[in-house]
Design a protein around this ligand. Structure first.
Ligand SMILES: NC(=O)c1ccc[n+]([C@@H]2O[C@H](COP(=O)([O-])OP(=O)(O)OC[C@H]3O[C@@H](n4cnc5c(N)ncnc54)[C@H](OP(=O)(O)O)[C@@H]3O)[C@@H](O)[C@H]2O)c1
Length: 305
């Protein structure tokens, strides 16, 4: 009997897929877009506020596959306009990545040199000084924005399901439509990175995967999440700069074992491989799942940032 169904080219094929990626102009969203485009996706729509960033992803991808659309996920009007722009260029969307996000204010309380807590009055001043709008903005982009992004694209995801061939006995059906929300290990961990706004927003994003997965399973739309650890991007760049880490931190030994057991930051290959698998035929059994890609960081309960 032929074993060709187990060949990597079949297991991980994303040939012909149509994807939408928010935050596709930089960092992890750019890796998602390029990985899908390089591996045969038909169309990859990248959404974000900065046209020049989106164009950079286009320039780094095979010609004609990646399509930039300016969009602010905190505006329903902007999301609706982006939805209409995508709808005018495709009949369906196989996979939607709600990936755009911001870090916001760091809110990392100082400690005394000996590691003991600073006086409560100082802690109060430090944290109370952060404008409420800055806190709310993080929740707005990372949670509200992700939620409305998913809602905006539901009809095109449903259209992808309608294109699926009728099931045949003994033949694996192609994957159903999928939403992937980028959360973070910050949603599981109290200390990484130390920001009350970001960490709570990512805990909420993780929960959003669960609640939307439950609702949308009734419509055969799968919802999954990715919880990255530390990958070099515009958002995380300061960690690498603070520690003087070169070459994207992907060299083994770039980070101490106590911080990241695998002793390096995440690489483009680590992330691209995960995304291609999730989007491929062999990712079709994922539903309501949260994929952790952090080199073991969340397991070591770090006190270091
Ligand atoms: N890098 C890491 O180590 C890491 C770890 C855990 C989780 N994450 C998560 O991964 C996702 C991607 O972040 P990244 O690391 O790739 O950082 P990044 O390079 O800063 O990317 C964030 C992207 O989100 C977009 N964005 C921000 N606000 C937006 C808005 N209102 N509307 C539309 N797009 C918006 C930005 O584009 P514009 O500014 O052009 O709008 C940008 O392309 C985020 O959700 C982040 O929380 C990253």
């Amino acid at each position: 009997m032929s074993q060709s169904h187990l060949h990597a080219s079949n297991l991980f094929s994303v040939e012909g897929r149509v994807a939408v990626i928010t935050g596709g102009g930089s960092g992890l969203g750019s890796i998602m877009a390029r990985a899908l485009a390089i591996n045969g996706a038909a169309k990859v729509f990248v959404l974000g506020r900065r046209e020049n960033a989106l164009q950079e992803t286009v320039a780094r991808s095979p010609p004609g596959v990646v399509i930039p659309i300016q969009c602010d996920v905190t505006s329903k009007e902007s999301l609706e306009a982006a939805y209409q722009a995508v709808k005018s260029q495709t009949t369906h969307v196989d996979i939607l990545f709600a990936n755009g996000g911001i870090l916001g204010p760091l809110m990392r309380p100082r400690q005394n040199e000996d590691g003991t807590p600073i006086p409560l009055s100082e802690l109060r001043d430090e944290l109370f000084n952060v404008p409420m709008e800055e806190f709310t903005n993080v929740l707005n982009v990372n949670v509200t924005g992700a939620y409305y992004t998913v809602l905006a694209f539901l009809p095109l995801l449903e259209a992808a399901n309608k294109r699926r061939q009728a099931t045949k006995p003994g033949v694996l059906s192609p994957p159903t439509a999928q939403v992937v929300i980028t959360s973070s290990i910050a949603g599981f961990n109290r200390n990484v990175p130390f920001s009350y706004a970001y960490n709570t927003s990512k805990a909420a994003a993780t929960h959003l995967v669960k609640v939307l997965s439950t609702t949308l399973s009734g419509y055969d739309i799968r919802v999954n999440g990715i919880a990255p650890g530390l990958y070099l991007s515009e958002m995380s760049n300061n960690v690498f700069e603070e520690k003087g880490i070169q070459s994207g931190g992907v060299t083994e030994g770039s980070f101490p074992k106590e911080m990241i057991p695998i002793r390096r930051g995440g690489s483009e290959e680590d992330f691209a491989g995960l995304v291609v698998w999730m989007a491929s035929a062999s990712g079709g059994y994922l539903s309501g799942a949260m994929m952790l890609t952090d080199g073991g960081r969340v397991s070591v309960v770090p006190n270091t940032y």
